[in-house]
Design a protein around this ligand. Structure first.
Ligand code: NDP
Length: 301
């Protein structure tokens, strides 16, 4: 029986692991399929105080720090959580193995929202991508589109502008009111970023007879834009598939702590109404761990 199982290995999960480890609790982290989740994909993380570097390096550092206090980190994911009659939990992992624990911290983060237009699904991995830092390299000196107008879209466009020849941001509104000022300024200063406002993509298709995999992206106002790749950054959805329907989610699929049974805690991007930032993930990870530690101490066997 574990004291705490933490689901998710982003900054929220790893912060919780550090605190639980330091409190002498028997803790494992089910890290999911990618250690560090979305944070590991950040090319330059410059708004988490005390850090200026890649997201991946921060995650590696956090992992080692948590492990140094006894937290075990496994590349595994939860498929289901059962609340037992005695108040403990049994987590069934994706391989069918069961893990018993006295408390759980949910920190499974969010994944990119999928673009549901003609061609987007079929061309995923063949021109359509949800990860600029993973796939940007393939578009060296080429033309790419970025879809969306939030911080993710602008960050992706800036990252791609240093690799691709031309980056065109397609945004359905007339200006980037949702994105941070500093990103808007940087985008405006980049000579090879073009912004196409007031339109959306309707369809993506391979260019007929193209020998090098070019695509034609058609917008709702009938523009046909020739490009080599399309990067989608239209928001995020909480990763909560492993939870039962009884646990209430908000309209973004995120969870309020009040909807959880005793002994279950939430942190990071799946925390309802929380700003999606590394700094808030660390804060909620710390709070969830301290609440879990108090709960365990108050309910000591
Ligand atoms: P956001 O929800 O902030 O933005 C999503 C963007 O996609 C919006 O511009 C939205 O348009 C557009 N959009 C949504 N659906 C569609 C669609 N079907 N077709 C076309 N466009 C669409 O998501 P992000 O992923 O950018 O950010 C999520 C959170 O993470 C935010 O809180 C953000 O601040 C944070 N973040 C912070 C970063 C940082 O600190 N530097 C970096 C990256 C993310 P509309 O505006 O019209 O709704």
């Amino acid at each position: 029986m574990y004291d705490v199982i933490i689901l998710g290995s982003g900054p929220a999960g790893l912060t919780a692991a550090l605190y639980c480890g330091r409190a002498g609790k028997n803790v494992i982290v089910m890290a999911g399929t990618v250690l560090g989740g979305q944070t590991a994909e950040i090319a330059l993380l410059e708004n988490y105080p005390g850090w200026h570097g890649t997201g991946f390096d921060l995650i590696e550092f956090m992992k080692k720090q948590a492990e140094s206090f006894g937290a075990k980190i496994t590349m595994n994911s939860a498929a289901h959580i059962n609340t037992n009659d005695n108040g403990t939990f049994t987590i069934t992992d994706i391989h069918g193995k069961k893990h018993d624990t006295r408390s759980v911290i949910l920190a499974t983060g969010a994944s990119p929202k999928k673009l549901e237009i003609d061609g987007a699904r079929e061309l995923f991995g063949r021109g359509v991508s949800y990860c600029a830092t993973c796939d940007g390299f393939f578009y060296t000196d080429k033309t790419v589109l970025v879809i969306g107008g939030g911080n993710s879209a602008l960050n992706d466009a800036l990252y791609l502008a240093d690799i691709a020849k031309t980056v065109k941001i397609i945004y359905r509104k007339s200006e980037f009111t949702r994105a941070e000022d500093i990103l808007r300024k940087r985008v405006a200063e980049k000579k090879n970023i073009e912004c196409i406002f007031n339109t959306e993509l309707k369809k993506i298709a391979p260019k007929p007879d193209s020998e090098n995999g070019e695509l034609v992206a058609t917008t709702t106002d009938a523009q046909e834009i020739l490009c080599d790749g399309v990067f989608v950054a239209i928001g995020h959805e909480a990763n909560t598939d492993y939870l039962t329907e009884e646990i209430k989610r908000d309209d973004m699929g995120r969870i309020a702590p009040s909807s959880l049974p005793s002994g279950m805690f939430v942190a990071g991007d799946i925390y309802s109404n929380m700003k999606m930032q590394v700094a808030t993930a660390v804060g909620t990870g710390c709070t969830a761990a301290m609440d879990a530690i108090s709960y365990l101490n108050a309910n000591a066997e």
